[in-house]
Ligand binder design. Structure first.
Ligand code: DSN
Length: 430
């Protein structure tokens, strides 16, 4: 799709753009450009996806006009009748999806969900044991400038330096040394399955609470292709927009009634004001979609595509951290293929060819975070567009052509044409 070709847009989007052409041409123009960018590029960022038109348009409705501080039935504002219904729908669907007794759908994002979960489970200064960002963790699990690193005493566990996988015996030993109040599992750049039962055993051994941040794998858990953190974790946080394919936002889940009460208090009034009711409404729509039988097939296809992409990249001579993947993401170590190739270069060269990725540190990366020696790839968005295993083999070849040429402009243009053809054959959801 070019900036003037709207054949792949749904009718609501077309109406919106017509409206904005009059109301705000500058915004209409940038939205057209962004729609065209998404339609005409291959999205391999592991934390991104393409929502359905139903989810997208549920975000932009009358629900954005309302203050609804509080919770259904207990609001600080009048006129919340339909907002109560929307929030109850979202909560009930989230509970059904993840098989748990409690859901708070108000966190504005994953980091906010984590702030509220920390506040519910720990006191400032408590010891936390988590995987650092340099080894695949998330900044809200303890990075110094983040709230987590500022207000809590953070201790690290790490992946095994040889296998790059979690070593549960080593984590158990570390937990015995640190004696944390809470252990965090769930990661941003870890391509292997997480053994939540093993983490529970480690937590029980030292009397710690267990928090699982399943932001990346939530859709795989909902789709039944990754083990559930329930009944093992005391509290579960997630975003709603990655493999779960909902609107941007956060979600907190648990089973324990006392923890549930604390979570509600720490989301509102503890760390947020008015909930984003338009986003909550769209979460309800997305959870409804994830409860449909075809979402299980989607989740299985995401994992199958990641494995096909992994195998194809290995056949081109790339080394994958941990040797492969069990989930939706791969972490490519670029160094063995080309010692001078950085993640930053790869990201830039691939973008010029229409392939969108992100540079990512690998375990023990000698390069700084804005450079890196790694590239993180994910298959959630491509799978939404209906690309399959054969396409993953073709995409691996395109990635290699760009990398092999070290960003040559002619090669980028030729790959760009192949990317466009693939995109034209697989339009965005519409
Ligand atoms: N920034 C997200 C990611 O890309 O993994 C995590 O919040």
């Amino acid at each position: 799709m070019t900036t003037t070709d709207h054949s792949a847009l749904d009718s609501v989007s077309l109406d919106l753009l017509t409206l904005l052409d009059q109301a705000d041409p500058a915004v209409a123009s940038l939205l057209r450009s962004e729609a065209a960018r998404q339609a005409g590029t291959l999205e391999l960022i592991a934390s991104e996806n393409h929502v359905s038109p139903a989810v997208m348009h549920a975000m932009g409705t009358w629900m954005t006009n309302k203050y609804a501080e509080g919770y259904p039935g207990k609001r600080y504002y009048g006129g919340c009748e339909h907002h109560d219904t929307a929030e109850d729908l979202a909560r009930d669907r989230a509970k059904e999806l993840f098989g748990c007794g409690f859901a708070n759908v108000q966190p504005h994002c994953g980091a906010n969900a984590n702030i509220a979960a920390f506040m519910a489970m720990c006191a400032p200064g408590d010891r936390i044991l988590s995987l650092p960002i340099k080894s695949g963790g998330h900044l809200s699990h303890g990075l110094k400038p983040n709230f987590s690193g500022t207000f809590y005493e953070i201790h690290d566990y790490d992946v095994d330096p040889d296998t790059e996988r979690l070593d549960y015996d080593a984590i158990a030993a570390r937990a015995r040394e640190v004696k944390p109040r809470m252990i965090i599992c769930g990661f941003s750049a870890y391509p292997r399955a997480i053994d939540f039962a093993a983490f529970r055993a480690i937590a029980d051994d030292v009397g710690a609470l267990l928090m699982a941040d399943i932001a990346h794998i939530a859709g795989l858990v909902a789709g039944g292709v990754h083990a559930s953190p329930f009944p093992h974790a005391d509290v579960v946080t997630t975003t709603t927009h990655k493999t779960l394919r909902g609107p941007r936002g956060g979600l907190i889940l648990c089973d324990d009634e006392d923890i549930a009460k604390k979570v509600d208090r720490k989301v509102f009034p503890g760390s947020q004001g008015g909930p984003l009711m338009h986003a909550i409404t769209a979460k309800a729509v997305a959870f409804g979609e994830a409860l449909q039988p075809d979402f299980k097939q989607y989740a299985a296809d995401v994992v199958a595509n990641a494995q096909a992409l992994a195998d194809a990249l290995v056949s081109h001579g790339y080394r994958l951290c941990t040797g492969g993947t069990d989930n939706h993401l791969l972490l490519v170590d670029l160094q063995p293929r080309d010692a001078d190739l950085t993640g930053a270069d790869a990201e830039k060269w691939l973008e010029a060819a229409g392939i969108i990725t992100n540079k990512n540190g690998i375990p023990n990366d000698p390069r700084p975070p804005m450079v890196t020696s790694g590239l993180r790839l994910g298959t959630a968005a491509l799978t939404t567009r209906g690309l399959g295993a054969a396409d993953m083999v073709a995409i691996a070849a395109l990635l290699d052509r760009v990398m092999e040429s070290r960003g040559d402009a002619g090669v980028a243009a030729s790959v760009r044409a192949d990317v466009q053809a693939m995109c034209d054959a697989h339009p965005l959801p519409h």
